[in-house]
Design a protein around this ligand. Structure first.
Ligand code: NZQ
Ligand code: ZN
Length: 387
C-alpha cells in the first residue's frame, strides 16, 4: 500500500425529504445572494423546483438554467458573469453530475478575471484562487461529484472534454434517493455503469496487498450489480435507489483509491467519444470496458482479474478460467441493462476521428503510465473492436 493523504469535508445529508426542513439554513449560512443552477427542466417536471424556491423564500435567488449533459464551457461563462455581477455568496446546484460539475467551476470563476476555459485547461490555477461554497441536491446517481473536487467540462469548438479539480468538495450535499425515482431507464443504466467503471478504474491497480481498498471496492461493485436491475425494473424502489446513490458517492469520494499507484484508463478513452460525439458518458464506458478488460488480461494481471471474478462475480475454478469468465460476466451485466454495446449503437459509424481521439486520450490520460500501459495504436484498436 502506497502512502496517501485523505481529507473530505463535504457535509452529507442522506435521506428522503430532508431539503424541506434543512435547505434554507444549509444555504443561507453562506449569505443571502444565491445562484440556483439546474439543467434542462427535469426539476420543474418533478416538482423539485417549487420545493427549492419555497425553501429559499426571502433570499436573493438568481437562476442559471439549461446546463446540458456533458456541460459546455458556455454555461460556465454565463455563470461567471452572474456570480460576479450579482455578487453571489453561494451556489445551489440542483441536478446530476453535469449541473454540479459546471457549478463547481463557476464557483472558482468568481475569483478569476479571464475566460474560465483557462481554469479547465490549466486546472492548477484553481488551486491558487478562492472558490464559492457549493451546496447541491443530487438528482442522479452516477458521478460521485457530490463528494469530490472534480468537474468535467466540454468545449465543442475544440472537441475537448477535460477534467479539472478545485480546492474544495461541495460544502453540503443532499442525497435524497426519492429524487432519483424519475430518472429514465437510459440514465439509470448509464449512471450505474459509470459507478461500476469508477470502481473498476481504481480496483485494477499495481499496488500490492491493498486489501482495504480491494474489499471496499468489491463490496461496492456487488452493490451496483445487484441494485441496478432492480431500479430499472421498479424505479421507485427506495432500497435500490438508496444503494445506488450511496455507492455513487462512495465510489468516487477518494476512499476507493487510497494506497493506489496508477491513474485511470477507460475514462480518458471515453471522454474522447463524448468530446467528439456528445454521447452519454456511462453508455460509452459500457461499450469500452469489456474490450479494455480483454486487452488488459495477461499473465501479470491474471491474478487480479481472478480475484475480481471470485469476490465480485462469485466464480470458482482456476485463475485463467475465472479471469476470462469475469470479463464475460461484466459484459453480460452491462448488456442486461438494455444499453447499446457497440459504437454504431450510439451512431458512431465512422473511424475518421479515431486517431486524433486516441492520441489525445494517451496524452491527457497519461496512458503510458496506466495499470496496463496503452499506446495510440492500442487505443485505436480498442475503438475499432467496439465497432
Ligand atoms: O438536464 P435535466 O433536465 O436535469 O435532465 C438530466 C439530463 O438530461 C437528466 N436527469 C437528471 N436527474 C434527473 C433527470 N431526469 C429525470 N429525473 C431526474 N431526477 O439526466 C440527464 C443526464 O444528466 P447528467 O447530469 O448529464 O448525468 P450524470 O450525472 O451522469 O453526469 C454526467 C457528467 O458528469 C461527468 C461526465 O463526464 C458527464 O459530463 N463526470 C463527472 C465526474 C466527476 N465530477 O467526478 C466523474 C465522472 O467520471 C464523469 O466523467
Ligand atoms: Zn465516470
Amino acid at each position: 500500500m502506497e502512502n496517501f493523504s485523505f481529507k473530505n469535508t463535504t457535509d452529507i445529508r442522506f435521506g428522503a425529504d430532508r431539503i424541506d426542513n434543512e435547505l434554507r439554513d444549509a444555504v443561507s449560512q453562506f449569505g443571502k445572494n444565491v445562484l440556483l443552477t439546474y439543467g434542462g427542466g427535469s426539476i420543474k417536471k418533478s416538482g423539485l423546483y417549487e420545493r427549492v424556491i419555497e425553501a429559499l423564500d426571502g433570499l436573493h435567488v438568481v437562476e442559471l438554467t439549461g446546463i446540458a449533459p456533458n456541460p459546455k464551457i458556455e454555461s460556465v461563462r454565463e455563470g461567471q458573469q452572474l456570480v460576479k455581477s450579482q455578487n453571489i455568496d453561494v451556489i445551489l446546484a440542483v441536478g446530476g453530475g453535469s449541473v454540479i460539475d459546471a457549478s463547481k467551476v463557476i464557483a472558482s470563476s468568481k475569483f478569476y478575471d479571464s475566460d474560465p476555459w483557462e481554469l479547465v485547461v490549466d486546472s492548477s490555477k484553481r488551486l491558487t484562487i478562492d472558490q464559492l461554497p457549493v451546496v447541491d441536491i443530487l438528482t442522479l446517481s452516477a458521478t460521485g461529484t457530490e463528494m469530490n473536487q472534480g468537474s468535467v467540462i466540454s468545449n465543442p469548438e475544440t472537441n475537448q472534454k477535460l477534467g479539472t479539480y478545485g480546492p474544495n468538495t461541495p460544502a453540503i450535499s443532499f442525497l435524497d434517493p426519492t429524487l432519483t425515482y424519475s430518472v429514465s431507464k437510459w440514465q439509470t443504466a448509464a449512471g450505474s455503469i459509470d459507478i461500476f467503471s469508477h470502481l473498476a478504474e481504481q480496483y485494477f491497480d499495481q499496488s500490492k496487498n491493498n486489501d482495504v481498498k480491494s474489499g471496499l471496492i468489491e463490496g461496492l461493485m456487488r452493490t451496483v450489480i445487484k441494485w441496478a436491475p432492480v431500479a430499472l425494473e421498479t424505479p421507485d424502489n427506495y432500497d435500490a435507489r438508496a444503494n445506488l446513490m450511496w455507492a455513487s458517492t462512495m465510489a468516487l469520494n477518494g476512499l476507493a483509491h487510497t494506497g493506489n499507484v496508477n491513474g485511470w484508463t477507460v475514462h480518458p478513452i471515453e471522454h474522447e467519444l463524448s468530446a467528439y460525439y456528445d454521447i452519454t458518458h456511462g453508455i460509452g464506458l459500457g461499450i469500452l470496458t469489456p474490450h479494455w478488460m480483454t486487452f488488459a488480461l495477461h499473465a501479470d494481471t491474471q491474478t487480479q482479474f481472478a480475484d475480481f471474478g471470485r469476490h465480485v462475480w462469485q466464480l470458482s475454478g482456476d485463475d485463467q478460467i475465472v479471469a476470462t469468465q469475469a470479463i464475460r460476466a461484466t459484459a453480460d451485466w452491462i448488456a442486461s441493462l438494455g444499453v447499446p454495446t457497440t459504437l454504431p449503437g450510439v451512431d458512431i459509424n465512422q473511424t475518421t476521428h479515431f486517431e486524433a481521439m486516441a492520441k489525445s486520450a494517451v496524452t491527457v490520460g497519461q496512458l503510458d503510465k496506466a495499470y496496463v500501459p496503452l499506446t495510440t495504436a492500442d487505443v485505436i484498436a480498442l475503438y475499432e473492436a467496439s465497432m
